[in-house]
Design a protein around this ligand. Structure first.
Ligand code: PLP
Length: 239
């Protein structure tokens, strides 16, 4: 990484922190409550390594192959690593134990596979349940009305712990358009938090990206996943 590339990241992260700070103050929240997840898909190991030395709390990766490559290269340094993209069951083995949190659990079958692998490795895997809050057919995540059944099922499994919820609302066509979805997520999160369910500890509400994290913070997000506002525009994915 050149000095100017590192400076670019440093300035972007400082700007994002300023925005987080302002959004927290506006919402009457403490900025320390909100974790900044650097969404590092398509960024190379050197870029990730440079960001790891700066003021971010954790990394989020979408693809298992990328996550493993950068993890093996030591790019995340001591920062926690979350999986934030869709997980296929045949890749569970590579992620369990490597990701501190799997944010994108979206089926009972996937949950069972994660629990089985965690048991095999002798650990307890923390997960979030991804909610398809806009009920969009093209998106992963479970329907809000399916949450109860999945939480109850999680209670029967020994080696997983549900730590909260994650969502990617429909792409906002106008500023503020995602906010009602964030509000619905907050309701689900609070309702679940009030119940005491086995293996469920509602600590994290992961929502908000570069374009809309202020609205997410206003509605209670405590993990925001920020890509382009930190790293700049992504190159188109390699075919
Ligand atoms: C890419 C990605 C982000 C970050 O998106 P930006 O708009 O670049 O900030 C957040 N969450 C998920 C699941 C992503 O895939």
């Amino acid at each position: 990484m050149s000095v100017s590339q590192t400076d670019f990241l440093k300035k972007n992260i400082a700007d994002v922190r300023t925005r987080i700070h302002a959004a927290c103050l506006a919402a009457g929240r403490s900025p320390e409550e909100v974790l900044l997840c650097a969404a590092s898909k398509t960024q190379d190991a050197d870029t990730v390594r440079a960001a790891a030395a700066l003021d971010i709390d954790l990394f989020g990766e979408n693809r298992v192959q990328e996550l493993c490559q950068k993890h093996k290269a030591g790019a995340y340094a001591a920062k926690p690593l979350h999986l934030i993209g869709h997980l296929q069951t045949n890749k569970v083995k590579q992620v369990v134990g490597r990701a501190a949190l799997i944010e994108s659990v979206d089926s009972q079958h996937l949950l069972d596979c994660i629990a089985a692998e965690a048991e095999k490795q002798g650990l307890c895997q923390d997960i979030l349940i991804e909610i398809n809050i806009g009920c969009e057919p093209s998106k992963s995540g479970i329907a809000p009305q399916a949450l109860d059944a999945l939480l109850l099922h999680a209670g029967t499994l020994g080696s997983v712990r549900v730590r909260g919820l994650m969502a990617i609302p429909p792409a906002a066509l106008t500023p503020g358009a995602a906010r009602p979805y964030f509000a619905r997520m907050r309701d689900l999160f609070e309702q679940t938090r009030c119940r005491s369910l086995p293996n469920v500890q509602m600590d994290y509400l992961s929502m908000g990206m570069s374009g809309d994290f202020e609205d997410a913070i206003a509605e209670g997000a405590n993990i925001v996943r920020v890509g382009t506002a930190i790293f700049g525009a992504r190159k188109p994915p390699a075919k």
